[in-house]
Design a binder for this molecule. Structure first.
Ligand SMILES: *Cc1c(COP(=O)(O)O)cnc(C)c1O
Length: 428
């Protein structure tokens, strides 16, 4: 069967199919560097597993306290090797990225301390953790007397070194740098840029604890923020590093001191990393770690495809398809409610799971505005799988990400275009 025929089974018309073909010719040369990064990272992960002496015994489960869970302990050793850190905490008891960040912050801050962000306001759910924004949450850092301030980026999205110098004070104990864009329309930062920012911050305050919110950034480059001076990097296992296979989890990699303090918040002071049963999760955490670099690359290739197509259709896309990527997200500014709904409907209909569902905007815990989310994922809420979401607010930007393989990401984008076309919202 020819490929246009199989796309017809998805009700993709000739014009949309051809647009996809054209895109693929145009983006070919941007795929190669992504594959090179992937190869290096895949080998890095295999080497880390070999050096840690991973055995079939590591895949077994423990229950109860989880004392002497060698699978869990060795996985944490693997993460420390991959990220070049002294230690790590990689647990299925860490529910999500926000939880991991919460542990890292609460574990390493004391009443009277301040957090400073040199890259603008953090991700929506982290604002709730800090205790700012429209809905300061119960139990936030603010309630414990921990302050927060930030410097915005300059208009061209460079770091505002002057504002950063002024913003870092005697009280500043922790610097929080978000690598990815989150739901902001700013760009993501390269590890190199983060390294330069860290050097600058160290010149002002040598002993600051530097934390990088690494969500969506893992394996998009061949080095990680912990290799350029960050004390901690933190993320979610239902994004890049779980490879689409981890069923739940979060990680913190960093110095023994920082990781240990975070662990004492996850479990209890004195218990730290010694308890926490892996239950039946070790196998999927190892498999996910193993596949993560490749899956991340597939998602990045899908994002390049999305960027070309939507730029061709006249929308503002970020990053552009020729630009270097430091996370897996493609932001597409759709500028209307109808287009945002239609785009998400198209992505949803491409799912291997829940393809018959129509996404609608709804309130989400930790977010200010309503959110529309599309994603027929195997793992609930997984955003390394084909997904798109966006806050239901001006300028109606959709954040597209994932696809466990490039073909799925491509199908999703073609179906979103078809949906917009069917709804009379674009012309081809
Ligand atoms: C996803 C994300 C988080 C955490 O989100 P969870 O949904 O709790 O995993 C934090 N920061 C950024 C930049 C993110 O993209």
């Amino acid at each position: 069967m020819k490929s246009e025929n199989i796309y017809k089974q998805f009700d993709i018309c000739d014009a949309v199919f051809k647009l996809g073909r054209e895109a693929e010719t145009e983006i070919k040369k941007y795929m190669e560097p992504i594959e090179e990064v992937s190869e290096i990272n895949e080998l890095k992960v295999i080497r880390a597993m070999q050096e840690s002496g991973i055995s079939s015994e590591c895949m077994l489960e423990t229950t109860g306290y989880g004392y002497n869970d060698i699978g869990r302990d060795k996985l944490e050793e693997v993460y420390a090797r991959i990220f070049g850190t002294e230690d790590s905490l990689v647990r299925s008891q860490v529910v999500c990225g926000t939880h991991a960040l919460t542990l890292a912050l609460f574990g390493n801050l004391f009443p009277g301390d301040e957090i400073f962000s040199p890259v603008g306001l953090p991700y929506d759910t982290i604002q709730s953790v800090i205790g700012i924004g429209k809905n300061p949450a119960r139990g936030s850092l603010k309630e414990y007397g921990i302050g927060f301030s930030y410097a915005d980026l300059l208009p061209h999205e460079d770091f505002d070194y002057e504002a950063i110098s002024k913003g870092i004070t005697k009280k500043t104990r922790l610097i929080s740098i978000q690598r990815s864009r989150g739901y902001a329309r700013r760009r993501s930062f390269s590890v190199d840029e983060i390294g330069r920012l860290i050097s600058f911050i160290r010149s002002l305050k040598k002993d600051a604890i530097i934390l990088v919110d690494n969500c969506y950034g893992e394996y998009t480059e061949t080095i990680e923020p912990t290799e350029v001076g960050a004390d901690m990097a933190v993320g979610s296992l239902i994004k890049n590093p779980g490879g689409g296979i981890a069923k739940v989890g979060g990680y913190i990699v960093g110095s023994s001191e920082c990781v240990g303090r975070a662990a004492s918040r996850l479990t209890a002071p004195g218990l730290e990393k010694e308890v926490g049963p892996s239950l039946g999760n070790n196998l999927s955490l190892y498999q996910g770690t193993f596949t993560a670099p490749k899956v991340t690359a597939e998602a990045m290739k899908g994002a390049v495809f999305a960027s070309w197509i939507y730029q061709y259709l006249g929308f503002d896309t970020s990053p552009g398809y020729t630009e270097k990527r430091h996370d897996i997200i493609e932001a597409i500014t759709l500028k209307s409610k109808e287009k945002l709904m239609s785009f998400c409907k198209g992505i949803q209909s491409a799912g291997a799971v829940d393809s018959f569902v129509t996404p609608v905007p709804s309130p989400m815990p930790g977010y200010d505005s309503e959110i529309i989310m599309a994603g027929g994922s195997f793992i609930s809420g997984s955003s390394i799988e084909l997904s798109s979401d966006g806050p239901f607010r001006e300028p109606y930007t959709v954040f597209f990400q994932g696809g466990l393989n490039y073909t799925h990401a491509k199908l999703g984008i073609l179906m979103s275009v078809q949906q917009l076309l069917n709804d009379g919202l674009i012309k081809l």
